[in-house]
Design a protein around this ligand. Sequence first.
Ligand SMILES: [Cu+2]
Length: 118
Amino acid sequence: MMYIVRLSLFVLAFGAASSVFAHARLQTSDPQNGANVAAPSSITLHYNEPVEAAMSNVKLFGPDNAAVETGSPATRESDDTTLVTTLPKLSAGAYRLEWSTMGHDGHHTKGELRFTVK
Ligand SMILES: [Cu+2]
């Protein structure tokens, strides 16, 4: 009886962990969330697993919530866990980036980060 209880707990724990780790999650970014930086020429988003550039999207909003036109996010040739988006010359102020992407498991994830240009 105890064996069955333990086995079910193990299955529960393992099932929960694998569904968490299967999604593409943002690990680091440049600029980092909350950073105060000189105007960056690109935004780099680094995930825990490969992402599909064609199914990825970024939207950048600048001071007064004005949409900023950016390049399309692209993965690096040597590293499909990293999305790089080129930026126009940014003026000083507060920026908010909304990102969405899709991991190779087909699951979509999204998030946002904020940074300030000095
Ligand atoms: Cu997933």
